[in-house]
Design a protein around this ligand. Structure first.
Ligand code: ATP
Length: 241
């Protein structure tokens, strides 16, 4: 279980908190959708889980241990796949994977196997020798994801992983994410695409202004409505504006 317990985070003393007492339980092996309008606090929460930011109040507990303790013995167990492309455009796909595996501290003797597995899992073998800058939007998204997989994470934090990709590439990415979780690993998935969250997530949280408005298994969150209807009703934001 990943227990997010009463987290607070404020970037500056004079601004409202980005997270204002967020509590969410995420079951290991689940795909948990994190939904919220722009500025709701999704990226801040993911950054805290990834250890890029430190909670100012509250705590994150994984399998009964505090995040810091848990991560200290498993430095690559949590991977963040950011919203922005996080690779070198001039390097090939294979070179990027090798480089970022090195950055994550994957030992030299394991690097080749890990990179080959990440390539295969993300079905990027045919473009392994292409420069990243030559890839389509969908393939770039897959490379972003593949880089996160080289550390063999148990928990994958995905920040809007399908932005800017066409529907067929999107289906492909969703299938890869599903397969990742099917092996018992955990995914926290932020997206503005409600139909994606309905399609692949077992659970969801809707947050706004740094607070949880609703959380639970998808069927309970929806209560016979579409996720979009629930989202609009709770947040007052229309996705079609
Ligand atoms: P989006 O869907 O647009 O990515 P989000 O739900 O991920 O939004 P966050 O990026 O976590 O929201 O932002 C939450 C709040 O914190 C917003 O009010 C935002 O302006 C503020 N914020 C985020 N990053 C910073 C920063 N580096 N410095 C100051 N304020 C920030």
């Amino acid at each position: 279980m990943i227990r997010i317990d009463s987290l607070h985070y404020r970037y500056r003393p004079e601004t409202p908190p980005a997270l204002d007492g967020i509590s969410i339980d995420i079951a290991r092996g689940s795909i948990h959708g994190l939904l919220g309008p722009n500025g709701a606090g999704k990226t801040t929460l993911i950054s805290l889980l990834a250890g890029l930011l430190t909670p100012q109040k509250g705590r994150i507990v994984i399998d009964g241990e505090s995040l810091d303790v848990w991560r200290a013995v498993r430095p690559n167990a949590i991977a963040l796949v950011p919203q922005d492309y996080a690779f070198y455009p001039m390097l090939t796909v294979a070179e990027n994977l090798d480089f970022f595996a090195g950055v994550q501290g994957v030992p030299q003797q394991e690097r080749q196997r890990r990179c080959a597995e990440a390539l295969a899992f993300s079905r990027l073998e045919t473009v392994a020798k292409q420069r990243a800058e030559e890839l389509s939007g969908g393939l770039r998204r897959r490379l972003n994801l593949a880089i996160g997989l080289t550390g063999e994470p148990e928990i994958l934090l995905l920040d809007e992983p399908t932005v800017g990709v066409d529907p067929s590439s999107r289906r492909f990415l969703l299938e890869i994410i599903r397969q990742f979780a099917a092996a018992g690993r955990t995914v926290l998935y932020t997206s503005h695409y409600m139909e994606e969250v309905e399609a692949i997530c077992s659970d969801a949280s809707i947050i706004d202004h740094g607070k949880v408005l609703l959380a639970g298994p998808i069927a309970e969150v929806k209560q016979g409505r579409t996720l979009e209807q629930v989202f609009v009703e709770l947040t007052g934001y229309s996705l079609r504006d």
